[in-house]
Design a protein around this ligand. Structure first.
Ligand code: ACM
Ligand code: ZN
Length: 679
């Protein structure tokens, strides 16, 4: 009987490949074939498995959380899990639904787990106490072994329950690494029993959130302070979260930041900084042995708490100037024959790699650490841009790709003026979905060194659970698909269709997902060529734009392309600490009736509207007459992202159109100008 069912199922599956059918599993599986029959699974049912002992207990625990009520049985059951245990690291699986029931097979427990996640996504709402399941066969495996999500809990603290809630979504979409950014300048969040002062004195702040702390003196307080805000994770919390993650096939990568981003620890132990250090961003002193003793003790504790073979040791954004003035650091450089502070960072990282090795662990570092030579087994997390990945693999390292341009989910996901304040950037869902961690790798050998990708959530401007979820979802799911699904299996229209219902179902499950239906079009899709007599006309600059934001260079402001929601999109032209003074040459005297341009303000990124904008006109390029000037009445303290238009209308004739825009004069302040349209 069983054999007949099987044969029938094979026939039906083959027949089904003649037509395709949308697949609602996310990330999209490698291979799925539908059959034409249905299996009816009762809501209360039995399962069988060859997993025994602890593994059997684990499966029971996992299944207990789901909507189906299970009893384990030893005979033939409607759902059968079989683990072949021939590759415990593999995450592949096979899931077959046919007339004989549901058969799940995988080389490891991870594979069984992912098969189960896929299965749950196939479940329709029950009818009369049973689920109607279409026959199908799925064979699936991930593209990358590292599929991560990072959370910064230093800038703002997120409690244990929040973390577990997000681990649930990660598991559902087959993400397998949680990078826990436990320490940074604005808070130390992990209890270290031998250094209780760390959490007693730098895990709480007398401010409601990071922004108030950052602007208001940056002090810490004890948990007993009446205004204390913040928190930390006790050893018990961490054990509980690690177990919770492990059950869901998620490995936790703890990060202890060093040598920079360490103001919180140094506020408690100032003797670990270079002496006399007064900069806003002090580092651990690389000359003092005490630094290494302290960090070794912290890492040994982490090594016991976290089963992962990796610990992230930071290495990003180190301002090394204190080191070049510190007698201890200078002495260290002399003794070790180190030529400059960059190589002192190499020394620092190499010593910590040694510490980790002794502890049976390996390091992950941010991409700045590739200025020096790294241990072969150290993984480089590339965040500044994709070319860092190219550089790191060419130096022989394996990499995890998290370029901020695609993966920093603290960036705006929609038109910034409509959104809660964010750090900056612009990553709509479609852009996140377009990410390919290997896109800049040249050779296949290099591609093999890319272990995967990670979504990051930095929380400077995110101080509530609901805001964090709003930034994560559904973009995290887009990146989950980029990490799992082969590029040729990805499809934006198909993903978008699924993302709409994913966002909806996340909402029903109590997550504050962004409502994709509220998304507005990218700003730059507007056409600036229509009737524009300045189109393709030369622009002459008195003060040059900055080399970091040239957009398309001299032709950019008249190339017919409007800038988008982000000034870094190669269409906005940036001027640093200077006024704008330029003119367009129309070639001949021309009658004009309007001039338009736009500027933007984004205070979090030191981008301000000009104090004043002037349009002038000339026939000979020497004598200019003022058409109009505008002073900006929007405050420089306005934190919202603002796009401000400047428009002259009238009747005039001339050949040269001059635009002057006065910088606010705040040191380090940018002006960003968009297309100039003349009609
Ligand atoms: C980073 O964003 N500084 C890693
Ligand atoms: Zn020093």
């Amino acid at each position: 009987m069983y054999k007949i069912y099987n044969l029938l199922a094979v026939f039906l599956l083959t027949a089904s490949s003649l037509f395709s059918q949308p697949c609602n599993i996310t990330p999209r599986p490698k291979h799925i074939e539908y059959g034409t029959g249905f299996y009816y699974l009762p809501q209360k049912t039995n399962y069988s498995t060859n997993l025994k002992g602890q593994s059997g207990d684990w499966l029971r625990k996992i299944l207990r959380q789901d909507k189906i009520q299970f009893r384990e049985t030893f005979g033939k059951a409607p759902i059968r899990f079989r683990c072949t245990q021939n590759d415990l690291e593999a995450e592949s699986y096979s899931l077959r639904i046919d007339a004989s029931g549901i058969r799940i097979e995988a080389p490891s427990e991870k594979g069984l787990f992912y098969a189960w996640q896929s299965f749950l996504q196939l479940l329709p709402p029950p009818e009369n106490g049973q689920y109607r399941l279409q026959f199908c066969h799925i064979q699936d495996a991930p593209r990358f072994s590292y599929r991560g999500m990072h959370l910064d809990v230093s800038r703002n603290f997120f409690d244990k329950n929040f973390i577990k809630k997000q681990l649930d979504v990660m598991a559902q979409y087959k993400l397998n690494r949680f990078h826990w950014h436990l320490t940074d300048g604005s808070g130390w969040r992990i209890e270290i029993p031998t250094y209780p002062e760390l959490t007693h004195q730098s895990a709480f702040r007398p401010y409601p959130n990071w922004a108030a702390w950052y602007q208001g003196g940056r002090s810490f307080c004890s948990p007993e302070h009446p205004q204390a805000q913040g928190g930390y994770y006790s050893q018990e919390d961490i054990n509980e979260i690690v177990q919770y993650a492990t059950d869901r096939c998620i490995e936790i990568i703890a990060e202890i930041e060093m040598p920079g981003h360490s103001e919180a620890a140094l506020s408690v132990y100032p003797h670990l900084a270079c002496p006399g250090e007064t900069t806003e961003k002090p580092n651990y002193c690389s000359g003092k042995e005490e630094t290494f003793v302290f960090l070794e003790n912290v890492l040994s504790h982490c090594a016991k708490l976290f089963p992962s073979s990796y610990i992230h040791i930071g290495g990003d954004e180190v301002d090394k100037t204190p080191w070049s003035k510190c007698p201890y650091c200078i002495q260290r450089m002399k003794e070790q024959n180190i030529k400059d502070p960059d190589h002192l960072q190499e020394y620092f990282i190499n010593r910590m790699e040694g510490v980790l090795k002794k502890l049976g662990k390996k390091a992950i570092v941010w991409d700045e650490a590739i200025v020096g030579k790294l241990a072969t087994e150290t993984l480089v997390m590339c965040w500044r841009n994709a070319s860092m990945g190219v550089q790191a693999v060419s130096q022989g390292q394996k990499v995890i790709m998290t370029p901020s341009e695609f993966c920093y989910l603290n960036s705006y996901q929609n038109a910034p003026p409509l959104e809660p304040l964010a750090m900056g950037g612009y990553i709509p869902l479609r852009k996140a979905y377009s990410f390919d961690p290997c896109m800049d790798m040249i050779s296949n050998a290099d591609k093999k060194k890319v272990l995967g990708l990670q979504a990051c959530l930095w929380t400077e401007y995110i101080d509530t659970d609901s805001h964090a979820e709003y930034m994560l979802y559904p973009r995290l799911v887009a990146l989950a698909e980029c990490g799992w699904t082969d590029p040729e299996r990805k499809s934006w229209p198909d993903f978008y269709r699924r993302a709409l219902s994913i966002a909806e179902s996340l909402k029903l499950s109590g997550y504050h997902s962004f409502d994709l239906r509220q998304e507005v079009e990218e700003r730059s899709s507007a056409d600036a060529t229509r009737g524009n007599i300045a189109y393709n006309k030369p622009v002459h600059y008195k003060n040059k734009y900055h080399s970091k934001y040239p957009a398309a260079g001299d032709s950019s402001l008249t190339d017919g392309l409007k800038g988008g929601w982000h000034y870094g999109d190669l269409r906005w032209q940036g001027f640093l600490d200077t006024d704008i003074d330029l003119h367009i040459d129309l070639g001949v005297n021309t009658s004009i009736s309007s001039i338009d341009t736009e500027f933007m303000q984004q205070k979090t990124q030191y981008v301000w509207l000009p104090k004043e904008v002037r349009f002038l006109l000339s026939e000979d390029g020497k004598e200019f007459r003022l058409l109009q000037s505008y002073s900006t009445n929007i405050s420089a303290n306005e934190e919202r992202v603002i796009f401000n238009s400047y428009r002259w209308e009238g009747q005039a004739t001339g050949r040269y159109i001059k635009l002057q825009a006065l910088n606010r004069g705040i040191p380090g302040g940018w002006l960003f100008i968009d297309e100039i349209v003349v009609r």
